[in-house]
Design a protein around this ligand. Structure first.
Ligand SMILES: [Zn+2]
Length: 297
């Protein structure tokens, strides 16, 4: 039971610390009826009880309005009045005018409880008023000791609204060009839902369409090997025309020289034939023993 209470208290304190900025030393405003309840329980010093509950240092305050109300209540609340005299007075601003203790303490919280007060009271009406204020935290006493009230539904709702408001862009951000463009894009009616489809394959795998390599016998492999050699030689032969083509422009200027040499060779052969004929005639004329010459004579 005590462990559960301690867990709830830690959770509530974390809520007030994160959402509303309550920090130790926690400031506690003590009401007269709360002091009277602690005096009746006689469980110890009120400040010690509160510090033990919150797990950190505490500064306890009371107001002039609370003390004035206790004084009016008579001797029955004298013990509570003596208890509150130990703590410093918080300047409530009601010194001259008449103000009830509940109204005085509620006025210290204001609309937002900017000073992060904890109000320790047994007054249920004041209790509700404090819990309706964002950041208003309430301590109360029971037979089991001092307790911290869990945050109200209104306070939780305020926190949610504040978080949603923080997620929205600020005025400065709305004026930026980038967000204006995005806003215009968002304002356009979009009937189609964003689709996240996987890319389907448009056809079979192109690698699977390649012709399969057949396993050939050893002879075929040799032929294939010779064929490969031929193929390897072919590129060399095929390369020759290129060389010839490259050499042709160089040979073209040499053609007149070759024709000239060819003509010279023909002239030389003609001269040789003429000489052979002359020799043949000479031999036939002189001896008359020649084959052709003898026959003709
Ligand atoms: Zn006051």
């Amino acid at each position: 039971m005590r462990r559960k209470k301690h867990k709830n208290t830690r959770r509530t304190l974390r809520f007030y610390r994160i959402q509303f900025g309550h920090r130790p030393p926690y400031k506690v405003l003590l009401d007269g009826n709360f002091a009277h309840a602690l005096e009746a329980m006689k469980k110890g010093e009120s400040k010690d009880l509160i510090e033990r509950l919150l797990g950190d240092t505490v500064k306890c305050y009371t107001t002039h309005c609370v003390q004035r109300e206790l004084k009016k209540l008579g001797k029955e609340y004298a013990g509570a009045r003596q208890l509150l005299k130990r703590y410093p007075l918080h300047k409530c601003g009601h010194d001259e005018e008449h103000c009830s203790a509940a109204d005085c303490l509620a006025a210290q919280l204001g609309d937002k409880n900017e000073e992060h007060f904890f109000v320790a009271t047994q007054d249920k009406v004041l209790h509700r008023r404090c819990m309706s204020v964002p950041g208003g935290a309430v301590l109360f006493a029971s037979i089991n000791g001092v307790h911290l009230e869990t945050p109200s539904a209104l306070q939780k709702q305020r926190v949610k609204l504040e978080e949603q408001r923080n997620l929205l862009p600020s005025q400065a951000e709305l004026h930026s060009v980038a967000l204006q463009v995005d806003g215009a894009a968002q304002q356009q009616p979009t009937t189609e839902r964003p689709s996240f489809r996987r890319k389907k394959a448009k056809g079979p795998n192109p690698l699977s369409l390649l012709p399969k390599k057949r396993k050939e016998p050893a002879a075929a492999v040799r032929e294939a090997g010779s064929g490969k050699q031929q193929q390897q030689q072919q590129p060399a032969q095929a390369a020759q025309p290129k060389l010839q083509q490259q050499q042709q422009p160089a040979k073209q200027p040499q053609q007149p020289q070759q024709q000239q040499a060819h003509k010279d060779g023909e002239q030389q052969q003609g001269v040789k034939r003429k000489r052979q004929r002359r020799r043949g005639k000479a031999s036939g004329g002189d001896g008359g023993g020649g084959g052709d010459g003898g026959g003709s004579d």
